[in-house]
Design a protein around this ligand. Structure first.
Ligand code: IDP
Ligand code: MG
Length: 162
């Protein structure tokens, strides 16, 4: 069913997705990106960065009381991270579905962590968990000028927008 451009634009969301150092080192970049791309989401920003530990602490600030916080921040800053912004209808929530549960042993087969990871400390990918964190994480990792807005020719086929 076709619906109008305005309704479509109002439903558009952006989320922050990062392939952690284990995913990059294991050669899983293309595999992971392809799952978001084939679903129909649109890549708006991408860069490979080695975050400092201080930056990792900012990214994971919500978890600072957890016993694994220090090790987690050491790990995130231990090598290249592929930082991305993906756009689409429902991409924040559905992106988390594509990723799977935090613990790969509890992730369903078919999800990224379910198919490609085994332990919680090396679960290869990060995804924003809600609209507020998505906004904050995109702002932490990217300058506004690094986000590329464009119309994909596939959109009218993905959304049925007239
Ligand atoms: P999420 O990545 O699924 O959103 P969070 O609870 O936000 O999960 O935790 C952030 C990251 O911290 C996880 O992806 C995982 O790498 C790590 N983590 C979470 N719980 C544990 C744990 O119990 N032990 C070790 N690392 C953990
Ligand atoms: Mg989280």
């Amino acid at each position: 069913m076709l619906y109008d451009q305005e309704a479509h634009a109002a439903e558009m969301e952006r989320t922050f997705i990062a392939i952690k150092p284990d995913g990059v080192q294991r050669g899983l970049i293309a595999e992971i990106i392809s799952r978001f791309e084939r679903k129909g989401y649109k890549l708006m920003a991408i860069k490979l960065v080695v975050p400092t530990k201080e930056f990792a602490q900012k990214h994971y600030h919500d978890l600072k009381e957890r016993p694994f916080f220090d090790g987690l921040c050491d790990f995130l800053s231990s090598g290249p991270v592929l930082a991305m912004v993906w756009e689409g209808e429902g991409v924040i929530k559905y992106g988390r579905k594509l990723i799977g549960a935090t613990d790969p042993q509890k992730s369903e087969p078919g999800t990224i962590r379910g198919d490609l990871a085994v332990v919680v400390g090396r679960n290869i990918i990060h995804g924003s968990d809600g609209p507020e964190t998505a906004k904050d994480e995109i702002a932490l990792w990217f300058e506004p000028s690094e986000l590329v807005s464009y119309t994909s020719n596939a959109e009218k086929w993905i959304y049925g927008v007239n």
